[in-house]
Each structure stands twice: as C-alpha cells, then as structure tokens.
Design a protein around this ligand. Structure first.
Ligand code: HEC
Length: 208
C-alpha cells in the first residue's frame, strides 16, 4: 500500500523535474547540439549564460531524479539518500566537461554542513524567500565573479521532498528520521512545506 502512494508521488516528481523526456534512456548524456545552440545565440552575454546554466541544472536534475526512483524502488526511502548526496555527482561529470562548468546545491538550512550557502548565495536565498512570501515570482540570476559567470537557480519543494525534508512527526518516518540524525547530526533541513525555497543550484561557468 505504501509503495503505491509513493509511486504516484514519484511520477509527479519526475514530471516536475525532468522536462518531459524522463523515459528517454540516454537522458543522462549531455545534448551537445542543444548547448551549442545556446552559446551561439549569445547576443546579450547575461541571458545566454542564464540559459546555459539552466540547461545544466535541468540535465543534472534528470540524473538525480532517475537515481532517486531507482534507489527508492530497490532499497526504500532510507537508502535513497544517495539521490540527494554527493554520490550522485560523478554522474554529472560528463556535463561538467562538456559545459566547462561546475554545479552544486546549497541551502540556508543545510542538511549537510558542506552545502551551506556562502554570504552571496545566502543573500539571494533571503531575497527570494521574501519574494515568495509576498506572493511574487522568483527568478534565477547570473553574476559575474572574477573570471566566471555564476548562476543561481531556485530549488522549490514538492510533495516527494516531504518524506525527507517535511514535518518530522507527520511526514518523515521514524526510520528515516533516525537515519537523518545519525548521518547528519547538524541537520537543519526538516520542517519544510510544499512550494518553499529549499535551496539553490549554483552553476559556475567559465567565461567564453
Ligand atoms: C530520500 C530522502 C530525500 C528526499 C526524498 C529528498 N531529499 Fe534532499 N537531501 C537528502 C539528504 C540525505 C541530503 C544531504 C545530501 C548531502 O549529504 O549532500 C539532502 C540535501 C538536499 C539539498 C542540498 C542542501 C542540503 O540541505 O544539504 C537540497 C537543495 C535538497 N536536498 C533538496 C531536495 C528537494 C527539492 C527534494 C524533493 C524534490 C528532496 N531534496 C528530496 C534527502 C532527501
């Protein structure tokens, strides 16, 4: 029974994060043709980098979503942690090379202290949270930093996230809660509602 409900959630999750070709076998590979297209379209520098970073984020999310489905289906929620952990990142190495870019996720309320937002990132998050609270729409941003273009892309929660980031008594199972506390004793990433800002993707792109 539990499994059924979860699968329903997974389907909606895939729908949300994987820009429509989740069933594509090769969706973990970077579509170089598409990326080239964005680059050559570069009329106004900023906008092109924003789009380039967005493509990278979308590709990465597809890899992560695939992993999550696989992990939950084979090992259950507790072991599915690798979806959100650094282990998923080697899968995105080919993208890093193809795009000449680095990607990470950070939060103002990190589960893993290594994912804590720096001052600049935290500023973006704070402003975005205020905008969301006021009913506004939040937008990704790109900033020039030294020799890099750095893009910030908001990560919002949906129903699926609740089993690991939601209410600790009503949404996170005691088994999952125990695993969280054991692995992440300084966890700050519970108590979220759906459609809240969980953190941001940070994409560092080399200037072309
Ligand atoms: C199966 C449990 C699980 C689910 C489901 C889950 N997460 Fe996580 N999440 C984790 C774990 C564990 C970490 C810590 C990863 C690490 O060590 O880097 C994490 C970390 C993160 C981070 C990085 C910042 C931090 O807190 O360390 C973000 C952002 C995040 N999750 C967003 C989401 C979103 C959005 C969803 C729903 C689409 C989601 N997560 C669903 C377990 C989960």
């Amino acid at each position: 029974m539990k499994q059924l409900g979860l699968n329903g959630l997974l389907i909606s999750f895939l729908f949300l994060v994987s820009c429509s070709d989740a069933d594509h076998e090769s969706n973990t590979e970077v579509n170089n043709a598409e990326i080239q297209e964005v680059k050559s379209d570069e009329t106004t520098g900023e906008v092109a980098y924003l789009d380039l970073g967005m493509k990278y984020v979308q590709q990465t999310q597809q890899v992560l979503a695939k992993n999550l489905v696989h992990q939950i289906n084979t090992n259950g929620t507790v072991k599915a942690f690798s979806y959100c952990s650094a282990e998923a990142y080697p899968l995105t190495d080919s993208m890093a090379t193809a795009l000449n870019a680095q990607i990470k996720r950070v939060s103002d309320q990190p589960r893993n202290p290594a994912n804590r937002a720096n001052e600049k990132e935290a500023n973006y998050i704070e402003n975005a949270k205020e905008t969301l609270l006021a009913g506004g729409k939040i937008k990704p941003e790109v900033h020039e930093m030294d020799d890099k273009m750095v893009g910030y892309y908001p990560i919002l929660t949906n129903g699926l996230c609740m089993q690991c980031h939601g209410n600790k008594t009503t949404q996170i199972s005691s088994e999952t809660m125990a695993a969280i506390q054991e692995t992440y004793p300084e966890d700050k990433a519970i108590g979220y509602l759906v459609n809240e800002l969980r953190g941001i993707w940070v994409v560092e792109m080399n200037k072309q």
